[in-house]
Ligand binder design. Structure first.
Ligand SMILES: *Cc1c(COP(=O)(O)O)cnc(C)c1O
Length: 362
C-alpha cells in the first residue's frame, strides 16, 4: 500500500521577492524552503502519517536515540529546472535503493523506493518556486533522511523512526569553481573497514571524517583522501566524493566498491566514459600507483565526483613529507571537463538522456 501524503501549507511562506533574492546567490545548505516532509514508522503501523507542513524546528526528547547512538541514514540529490520550465530529478530510484541498503546496515526499517520517490516529488511540487532557473548550474538540493526517533537510552534498534525530506537551493558547491583541489593524504585516520559501514550513507561516516578534514585544512589542503584500513595502501575516497584516475592512453581507473560509498555520480560516469569509448577499470588502486603515475605523466587527470560538487578536478596530492602535482594542476584536464559537461547537460536537459536517468517531477 502506498503512502498517502497530506499537505498543510505554510501560513508564512517567504515572499516571491525574498525567494528571488535567495536564488540569485543560494550558496550551499544554508537556506531552506517553506515546507518539509515527515513520515513516521512504528512496528505496529509501519510507515504512516506522511505530511508536508511548514519548515521549522523539531521538538525532540533529550533521550531521542539518534542523538546518542547515531542510528540514521541520509541521501543527497538535486532537482533541476530545464529551459522549458519543467523540473526533473536524476536517477531518484537509485537514491531510494541506496537508502534501503543503508537502512539495512543501520537496522532501520525499509521505506519502499516508490514511496521514497513520491515523498521527494511531493515536496518538490509544493516548493517548486524554489527550484532555480538552469542558469549558472543552480539546483534545489534535496536531503531525505531517516533517524531513530524513539526516546530510549537502551541499545537496540529504535521502535519509532522518522523519515524526512528537506530542500535547500544550491549554487556551486566549491566557491573556487572548477579550480583543481589540493588533497591531503591522511595516514592517521581511516573511514571504513571490512564489515563496517563505509558503503552506507550515514552521518557517522561524516562524523569520523571531520578530524581528518581538519588535518587536511591545517596543511593547506581542500579535502582529505582516505586509504584502506587493512593495508593502508589503497585509495578509497574523499570524505564525500568518489575518485577517478585518467591515463594517457584514455583508460580510466576508479576504486572498486565494498568499503566505499557507491556514488550514483560514480556509476553514471562509468556509463558515460564507456559510451565515449574509454576503458574503465574498477579495481583496487594503490596510492603508489597514483604518486608514480602522476610523476611519470602516465596519469594525466585525476578527479572526484558526487551529487553536490558534480565533477571536481584534483591538482595536487600532499602527504606528510611530500607532494606530487599532475599535468592538470592549474585547471581541469580535458576529459574531466568533458565528462562534467556531458553529465550536467543531461541533468539540465540540454543533451539527450539516452540512459533513462532523468525523472520528471513537474
Ligand atoms: C554521497 C557520497 C558520495 C557521492 O555519492 P553520489 O551518489 O554521487 O552523490 C561519495 N562518498 C560519500 C562518503 C558519500 O556520502
Amino acid at each position: 500500500m502506498s503512502l498517502e501524503i497530506t499537505t498543510t501549507p505554510s501560513a508564512s511562506p517567504r515572499s516571491d521577492e525574498d525567494v528571488a533574492r535567495v536564488l540569485e546567490d543560494p550558496g550551499f545548505g544554508t537556506t531552506f524552503t517553506d515546507h518539509m516532509l515527515q513520515v513516521t514508522w512504528t512496528p505496529d503501523d509501519g510507515w504512516h502519517d506522511a505530511r508536508i507542513t511548514a519548515y521549522g524546528p523539531l521538538s525532540l526528547d533529550p533521550a531521542t536515540a539518534v542523538l546518542h547512538y547515531a542510528q540514521e541514514t541520509f541521501e543527497g540529490m538535486k532537482a533541476y529546472r530545464h529551459a522549458d520550465g519543467s523540473v526533473w530529478t536524476f536517477r531518484p530510484e537509485e537514491n531510494a535503493a541506496r537508502m534501503v541498503r543503508s537502512s539495512h546496515r543501520l537496522a532501520l526499517p525499509v521505506l519502499e523506493p516508490d514511496d521514497f520517490v513520491r515523498c521527494v516529488d511531493a515536496l518538490v511540487e509544493v516548493d517548486q518556486r524554489w527550484v532555480p532557473d538552469a542558469a549558472g548550474e543552480k539546483s534545489l538540493y534535496l536531503r531525505p533522511f531517516m533517524f531513530a526517533s524513539e526516546a530510549f537510552l537502551g541499545v537496540r534498534p529504535s521502535q519509532h523512526v522518522t523519515f524526512m525530506v528537506i530542500a535547500s537551493p544550491a549554487g556551486s558547491y566549491f566557491k573556487g569553481g572548477l579550480t583543481p583541489l589540493r588533497l591531503w593524504l591522511t595516514e592517521d585516520y581511516t573511514r571504513a573497514g571490512r564489515g563496517g559501514m563505509g558503503a552506507a550513507k550515514t552521518g557517522g561516516n561524516y562524523a569520523s571524517s571531520l578530524v581528518a578534514q581538519q588535518e587536511a585544512m591545517a596543511h593547506g589542503c581542500d579535502q582529505v583522501v582516505f586509504l584502506d584500513v587493512a593495508e593502508g595502501r589503497y585509495v578509497e575516497e574523499l570524505g564525500g566524493m568518489n575518485m577517478y584516475f585518467v591515463y594517457a592512453d584514455g583508460s580510466i581507473v576508479t576504486p572498486e566498491t565494498g568499503t566505499i560509498l557507491e556514488g550514483i555520480t560514480r556509476s553514471a560516469i562509468i556509463d558515460l566514459a564507456h559510451k565515449k569509448g574509454h576503458k574503465v577499470e574498477e579495481r583496487r588502486f594503490g596510492v603508489d600507483e597514483w604518486r608514480e603515475g602522476v610523476a611519470s605523466g602516465e596519469i594525466t587527470e585525476v578527479f572526484a565526483c558526487g551529487t553536490a560538487a558534480v565533477v571536481t578536478p584534483v591538482g595536487t596530492l600532499q602527504w606528510d613529507g611530500g607532494e606530487v602535482s599532475g599535468a592538470a594542476t592549474e585547471e581541469a584536464g580535458p576529459l574531466t571537463k568533458e565528462i562534467r559537461q556531458d553529465l550536467v547537460d543531461i541533468q539540465y536537459g540540454r543533451a539527450d538522456d539516452g540512459f533513462g536517468w532523468m525523472h520528471r517531477v513537474l
